[in-house]
Design a protein around this ligand. Structure first.
Ligand SMILES: [Zn+2]
Length: 399
């Protein structure tokens, strides 16, 4: 008898297991209802995020290249000014040299004239002697006179020679000065050539940078066009997903099926990093009146420190409400996790999800605010099981 009971029990257990496996295997759970449209919608969302990232990277690159272009254009402007100044200096230098050359020419003329005068004087002396008339020297009556005359002649010649020497000296000096100025001019022309070359180089770089900039702006334009196109598709997919979700809800209700199954897994703390609870679930005194608080209020301990902190989905599920409002819960998000489990997130500053959207545990759904009936920044975190508010601390623990 005992053996028979064992086999009966075993058969019963096996049957039960098979039944359970069949139930689970049928997979008509809540998650399984994330249909094709929902999948496409999530896919598009990821693609859009990727595009947003590359657009922002392109914008960064464009900013860098634009800065480089500005710097180059400035360098070129400065260089052009320098070149202009140098050109003026070269022109002035040219004038200095021309003046020097003019002075040299005058000096040469003076020398030629003096030389001619000197030759004329010598020739007249010579001619006097050739005429048979005694020269100044020979014509002297006395030796003393002759000596004086010779001396005079010598002094005249000496003076002329000295004058010519002086002129020659001055001419050499002028030529040296001219050579010096010429050297300066050559130096100026050399640096002008160098600057010109640098300007050409910079202009080349500028052209290159402008090419890159054009390329970037083309890429940006393309990415933006692709983004716009995808965004349209995304909007349509989102509507489709919402419609799909609503239909699945109606089908569930219409055919009298059981409510969506609970997605399973543990619920997690909705405000990572902020664990201080300013108001617990249960009775409290609010504005001097007894009040039943059907949730927990989470703050950062220090007033305001939690402002705009991320609020994450406590578990997987469908967003059934994502609404802005300035009364009661303020900006709020409700998530249906199946199996009668619903979480509510109140007083948000802004929302990151929309109704009908499927979220995974830990996804950012909103940010902490003080909208609606709230005196300061906090998250009103509410948990409902089959429509009844329960103590969230029975389901989540601070982290
Ligand atoms: Zn509250």
């Amino acid at each position: 008898m005992k053996k028979k009971t064992f086999w009966l029990r075993l058969t019963a257990v096996l049957l039960l297991c098979t039944a359970l496996l069949t139930l689970t295997g049928s997979g008509d759970g809540f998650i399984a209802r994330a249909g094709k449209a929902q999948e496409r919608y999530e896919e598009l969302e990821k693609e859009l995020e990727g595009l947003e990232e590359s657009i922002s990277k392109l914008a960064d690159q464009t900013a860098d290249v634009t800065a480089r272009r500005t710097a180059l254009a400035q360098q070129i402007t400065v260089l052009r000014e320098q070149i202009e100044l140098l050109k003026q200096q070269i022109e002035a230098q040219q004038l200095v040299i021309w003046e020097k050359q003019h002075e040299i020419m005058l000096k040469k003329q003076e020398m030629t004239a003096t030389d001619a005068l000197f030759r004329e004087r010598i020739r007249s002396l010579y001619m006097v002697r050739n005429d048979g008339i005694l020269s100044t020297v020979l014509g002297a009556n006395t030796y003393a006179e002759a000596l004086t005359a010779a001396d005079t002649l010598q002094r005249i010649t000496q003076a002329d020679t000295e004058l010519l020497d002086t002129l020659q000296q001055q001419k050499l000096e002028l030529e040296a000065q001219e050579a010096e100025q010429q050297l300066r001019l050559e130096e100026m022309e050399a640096s002008w050539a160098a600057m010109d070359e640098k300007q050409n180089m910079l202009t080349g770089s500028l052209r290159e940078v402008e090419g890159t900039l054009n390329e970037l702006s083309q890429q940006e334009e393309d990415a933006q066009a692709e983004y716009d196109r995808l965004y349209e598709e995304y909007k349509r997919a989102k509507e489709e997903a919402e419609r799909e979700f609503q239909e699945s809800l109606q089908q569930g209700q219409g055919s009298g099926n059981a409510p969506p199954e609970y997605v399973g897994g543990e619920f997690i703390w909705p405000t990572p990093g902020y664990t201080y609870i300013s108001s617990y679930y249960g009775w409290r005194t609010l504005y001097g009146q007894p009040d039943f608080h059907n949730a927990i209020d989470i703050t950062g301990g220090i007033p305001g420190v939690i402002a705009n902190a991320a609020i994450v989905a406590s578990n997987d599920g469908y967003v059934t409400m994502a609404k802005y409002g300035d009364t009661g819960y303020g900006n709020r998000v409700y998530i249906d996790h199946g199996g009668g489990y619903i979480t509510r997130y109140g007083h948000c500053s802004s929302l990151a999800v929309t109704a009908g959207q499927y979220v995974k545990k830990g996804d950012v759904i909103a940010y902490v605010g003080k909208s609606g009936n709230s005196t300061g920044y906090h998250l009103h975190f509410e948990m409902r099981v089959n429509g009844v508010a329960v103590n969230p601390l029975d389901y989540v623990s601070a982290r």
